[in-house]
Design a protein around this ligand. Structure first.
Ligand SMILES: Cc1cc2nc3c(=O)[nH]c(=O)nc-3n(C[C@H](O)[C@H](O)[C@H](O)COP(=O)(O)OP(=O)(O)OC[C@H]3O[C@@H](n4cnc5c(N)ncnc54)[C@H](O)[C@@H]3O)c2cc1C
Length: 436
């Protein structure tokens, strides 16, 4: 064993991968640990759930990313604790992993906010298996209704999405497109007009953090596409036959898509690290965890100050990528230029936010107060998502898929691939990836 510094990164999401990329080729040993052997591009999961893309289009094997970086190793495993005395991470069913520097990049998990029945009955959209389970379930409702039309009265074709943020808006929009453009042809004996999407949002607007122009445009587009908006409304109870809203209204449905929020990965607690709101790990200006020498937190799991105020940076992909890169470079400098103190704190460069509602309908709030809606925003959204996808092959297949769907009004994998109904609703650990 040589005396090179060993950096262990927990999590191969946006933050962990960009941290490892910044360390590639440095005189440092790096091990990336993830419970899955692949990276998932979460912003496009809703397209897997709505048969727009295949699971393999939005995921990429981690080992394939570091062929040219012999100093970066990958280990598939689940971290469940740490021994701070010996500085070793504890992994399920494997030998402990020693580290000199630790980067916690374990992301977030679905937050059900204690809503009764939600964890059991709602469909989260956080990992690849969630997206596949939702796709299976949605398609199964149409198959079942064609065989038993009376199921419509039980809400089989009513799809409730909770959460009016980008994920909820994008999912609701994509579901209606799937129904109106594709399933109407797949199920000629079914009256597709009976299929409806209800979007429930707690505040009085969708896309809360966006500009007023983007919010109004999105609400208008959603309504125009037949989506029923329930604003200033909350889901308070869920069971196998429907959801109950705070107003007392009950909606018969078999499908509640949970896009209402996240909290930090509980690994923060398992490692005994400090936590603030939403379970996030507080970090200093250079993303170190106070009181833990050589330990950093990046991405969704970290509570990163927005600078100059008490606000925290949002749990978004660009924050994850930039914070991961920052820590990678910092660790590299530590080894390559020992004794030269790095004083520049982490500074987030906000490149704007976007959401798409459907074909040629999107919103983009960009720097310099550039506000785009409609086709220009949609094209920007398509282009940037293609750019940020992991893996060249995925960019090509996604581009071809999107071009095909645009030109033919057709969709990709409308496959029901599990033998039951929604048995694999949460977590991603087993990776039931059919690639379909
Ligand atoms: C459905 C959805 C849509 C989104 N859309 C957008 C969008 O349009 N734009 C945007 O900017 N952001 C979006 N986001 C947020 C964005 O995806 C996250 O901010 C980003 O993925 C955070 O990156 P991360 O590296 O911190 O965490 P993640 O990408 O979640 O990666 C964490 C990794 O840690 C691994 N892991 C967790 N626990 C363990 C453990 N105990 N042991 C080993 N490995 C572990 C996980 O398997 C995972 O690979 C979306 C998120 C979701 C869920």
């Amino acid at each position: 064993m040589d005396d090179r510094t060993h950096v262990v990164i927990v999590g191969a999401g946006f933050a962990g991968l960009d941290c490892a990329r910044a360390l590639a080729g440095a005189p440092i040993d790096v091990t990336v640990i993830d419970r899955n052997n692949f990276n998932t591009f979460q912003p496009l999961l809703y397209q897997v759930a709505t048969s727009g893309l295949a699971a393999s289009d939005v995921s990429y094997p981690v080992r394939g990313l570091f062929h040219d970086a012999p100093n970066v190793a990958f280990r598939q495993g689940t971290v469940h604790g740490v021994d701070w005395d010996t500085r070793t991470l504890l992994l399920h069913g494997q030998d402990p992993m020693p580290f000199d520097r630790l980067v916690v990049a374990a992301g977030a998990v679905t937050n059900y906010f204690g809503v009764e029945g939600a964890e059991r009955h709602a469909f989260p959209l956080y990992g690849l298996t969630d997206a596949i389970a939702l796709r299976n379930h949605v398609l199964r409702q149409f198959e079942a209704t064609e065989a038993h039309p009376e199921l419509v009265d039980e809400g089989a074709l009513t799809f409730v999405v909770v959460g009016g943020g980008p994920t909820g808006v994008e999912t609701a929009g994509a579901l209606t497109e799937l129904f109106d453009m594709v399933l109407t042809k797949d199920f000629p004996r079914l009256d597709i007009a009976l299929a409806r999407v209800v979007l429930v949002e707690m505040s009085d607007t969708v896309l809360g953090p966006f500009s007023a122009r983007a919010r109004h445009y999105a609400a208008h587009q959603l309504r125009q596409r037949g989506i029923s908006l329930r604003l200033a409304e909350r889901v308070v109870r869920v069971d196998g036959t429907g959801v109950e809203l705070a107003s007392g209204e009950r909606i018969a449905t078999r499908t509640l898509v949970w896009a209402a929020g996240v909290r930090a990965n509980p690994l923060a607690a398992d490692l005994g690290l400090p936590q603030v709101g939403g379970g996030r790990i507080p970090v200093g200006p250079d993303l170190r965890v106070e009181g833990h020498d050589g330990v950093f937190a990046v991405g969704d799991v970290a509570a990163i100050g927005a600078g100059g105020s008490d606000d925290l940076l949002p749990q978004l992909a660009p924050v994850a990528k930039q914070s991961g890169t920052y820590v990678g470079r910092l660790l590299r400098d530590e080894v390559e230029e020992p004794g030269v103190a790095r004083t520049r704190p982490f500074r987030y460069r906000d490149k704007g936010t976007m959401a798409t509602i459907g074909r040629r309908a999107a919103v983009a709030d960009l720097p310099l107060r550039l506000r785009l809606t409609g086709t220009p925003a949609w094209v920007t959204w398509l282009f940037l998502h293609l750019m940020f996808l992991v893996g060249f092959r995925n960019r090509i297949t996604v581009f071809v898929n999107w071009a095909w769907s645009y030109l033919t009004y057709d969709r990709g994998p409308r496959l029901i691939v599990d033998g039951d109904d929604g048995a694999h609703r949460s977590g991603d650990a087993d990776g039931h990836d059919d690639g379909g």
